[in-house]
Ligand binder design. Structure first.
Ligand code: NDP
Length: 336
């Protein structure tokens, strides 16, 4: 059973006297910096000279070059995209680290794949929200929390984990619960969802669309049924309220029979083999090497895949429903 830390388990005083630096002011950077400040601390922001910097200044933060923030901070939250972290770390952070400094990651990726290797004596902790940045901020402001995974490495005497928990507390995660985890586990569950669960859902949605159109159904009605009605969101909400299986009882008997009797048939042996391959590619580092090469080459395959996705007939049906989508988006609190 995972150990779960909540507010009462956290000693926020371990942050007293430690200067907190937040590198990056994007999705997570802005949300976490604002929450940390509202929790009573004074983080400074490290960012280049662009619109993110302007936003941080407008929000009332002290903003400096990344290297200066790295040099002046005791706890450094690295909240820039995983892809750029190794280079920024090597050039602007690593030269300023001293024993006892603590580097805090919001994802396990670069530590697990060893693309960032902090020196001995530097604490390596992870506070990885299971939440998009905007909601990290909104849930905190609403007095609620969100789950996160915490871990610490280079920590034989256990002195860095309390700092990870205090950061989790300051950003608001321990109101919900911080789950003790590892860099490996965070990376694996994250990449496995991205490479097995969500692509499986994308492919099934596209097949659903294609087969119904082939069978004479109207593309706009199918698109609405697929996701625009919001039923998808309501089912996910019902999973939280009634449980993963419990929500099935909200559907008709015909639906329950259809869903339960078909689920296994949707996973033929070839799919199960592919699922195993995906885990192996993640755990062995094969995917990491492929993605590193793709980035080095200028992302040619990524560009091609995007082009193919946007050429799908579902994109056309969606464009025709743009006005309806904007109305639904407003009712879900999203911006259009
Ligand atoms: P963003 O894409 O929002 O980061 C934008 C910030 O990174 C800006 O401040 C930008 O500043 C800076 N940045 C981008 N490129 C560079 C560069 N080459 N050098 C220096 N700064 C750069 O990142 P996220 O908030 O999405 O992700 C941050 C971390 O949080 C990652 O580890 C991610 O895995 C993790 N995470 C993200 C979640 C999310 O909801 N997005 C959820 C949970 C974890 P500038 O343009 O000025 O350089």
């Amino acid at each position: 059973m995972a150990k779960i830390y909540r507010d009462n388990d956290v000693d926020m005083k371990v942050l007293n006297g430690r200067k907190i630096g937040v590198i990056g002011y994007g999705n997570q950077g802005r949300a976490q910096a604002l929450n940390i400040r509202d929790s009573g601390f004074s983080p400074m922001i490290g960012n280049g000279d662009d619109r993110y910097r302007d936003l941080a200044v407008r929000d009332g933060f002290e903003v400096h070059a990344i290297s200066r923030v790295a040099a002046e901070s005791d706890v450094i939250l690295l909240l820039i995209p995983d892809e750029v972290q190794p280079e920024v770390y090597d050039e602007q952070i690593r030269p300023h680290l001293n024993p006892g400094d603590i580097l805090c990651f919001a994802s396990g990726y670069n530590v697990y794949y060893k693309t960032i290797r902090p020196p001995a004596g530097v604490g390596v902790i992870m506070v990885a929200p299971r939440m998009i940045g905007e909601s990290v901020r909104n849930l905190y402001r609403d007095g609620l929390g969100f789950p996160c995974l915490v871990a610490s490495e280079n920590d034989d005497d256990g002195r860095f984990m309390p700092i990870a928990l205090a950061i989790a507390g300051a950003v608001g995660a321990t109101r919900f619960g911080a789950f003790e985890s590892s860099f490996r586990e965070e990376t694996t569950i994250d990449l496995f969802a991205e490479q097995m669960l969500w692509p499986g859902i994308i492919k099934l949605c596209l097949l659903y669309f294609e087969k119904l159109i082939e069978n004479g159904c109207d593309p706009q009605i199918v698109t609405t049924e697929l996701y625009l009605s919001g039923e998808f969101v309501e089912i996910a909400r019902a999973m939280i309220t009634h449980g993963f299986f419990g929500q099935l009882k909200l559907h008709s008997q015909t639906s329950q029979f259809g869903q339960l009797s078909s689920a296994d048939k949707m996973a033929p042996p070839e799919l199960l083999t592919r699922v195993d391959e995906v885990v192996d590619e993640i755990c062995s580092g094969k995917f990491h090497r492929k993605w590193a090469k793709e980035q080095k080459d200028g992302k040619p395959n990524m560009k091609k895949l995007w082009q193919e996705a946007l050429n799908h007939p579902l994109a056309e049906a969606e464009a025709e429903l743009e006005n309806l989508r904007k109305i639904v988006a407003r009712s879900y609190g999203g911006s259009d």
